[in-house]
Design a protein around this ligand. Sequence first.
Ligand SMILES: Cc1ncc(COP(=O)(O)O)c(C=O)c1O
Length: 394
Amino acid sequence: MEEMLPGPEPRVEIPPGRERILPVAGTLLDGNELRYLAECVETNWISSEGPFVARFEQAFAREVGCRFGVACSSGTAALHLMLSAIGLESGDEVIIPTFTMIATANAITYTGATPVLVDAERTTWNMDVSLVERAITSRTRAILAVHTYGHPMDMDPLRALAEKHDLWLLEDAAEGHGALYRGRPVGSLGDAAIFSFYGNKIVTTGEGGMVVTDDERIASLARSLRGHAFSADRHFWHQYVGFNYRMTNMQAAIGLAQTERMESLVAARRRNAHRYAEALADVPGLTLPEEYGDVKNVFWMYSLLVEDGFGCTRDQLRNALAARGIETRSMFIPIHVQPIYRERFRGQQFPVAEELCRRGLYLPSGPALTAEDIAYVAGEVARVREGALVVGAE
Ligand SMILES: Cc1ncc(COP(=O)(O)O)c(C=O)c1O
């Protein structure tokens, strides 16, 4: 297992002749963000009671094709709210990919239920649909699909399975703002979905999340649980164990400004991807991300695999790029090898997820990257391949 795990994070240095590093993710706050924030301060509305929260919920839910949005403090909180709102409890099982960020599994654990893991597919890096049915047991309550790095999951076969086995179909769209599956927005494809608005996400509020759904009951339960589940007719009276997962008016103000130009923020991600794809097309030994099927991939993070033919390992490439001022991330470490979960999954095989963990990294992917930035990154990747920097990186 050790050889699958990424090495220590490299220190990113500003190289001679350059003024700054290229961060792996960045934000672009040049719309109405400042104006709306000033409005929060000027009107004294900074808590979650302020009017931007509802405005953001309505605007964002509309963008992703849903009737209801419930904004909250993070994508993880949104997952917990969504899973609580469907009534998940101890003994229940939820099917998720092992190749995902830890929050997908942790939110299930918070409810007392158990994540059941499915391997990834080598193309989209999403959960392998062909392996899902055999993971269903009498305790399964939901399938939670993840649109990994912004590539939509193949949802129609999952919908058929959910209907056949009477399961909830949920989406973790934390990474998929603006993505389309067969022309329909990610987030509107199941019974409910969540988004994250962490600083590296395509639409950001710094920290934040949202549950989106067409199901009025899920929305109203999630809304209640978000704020301590105060009873409507008697304030300090509680029939459910709620949480404080509220979003402030200031976060929502930024979220609304970002949502107003979501199309251009998504277009920036896709522009980055096309530029990288062109610039890296002739570099041997790399597997680049693609669009599989009738989908719009939003390339949240421009991710690639360093194959044996590249000439050095993924970690060696990361180290060499760090020395040239380029920040990267290794891909997810699968859930089944995490110290907090591995005992439970001992003996189960997830070879594709392990391969992705061993070979994958993502390049700078923020919306403010210029054509020159991308040419620089791609040029340095090619130079490492040619051997110029490999020795220095070791
Ligand atoms: C797939 C996935 N789910 C959930 C989350 C959690 O979101 P947050 O960091 O806003 O809690 C993330 C965050 O990156 C994610 O990538």
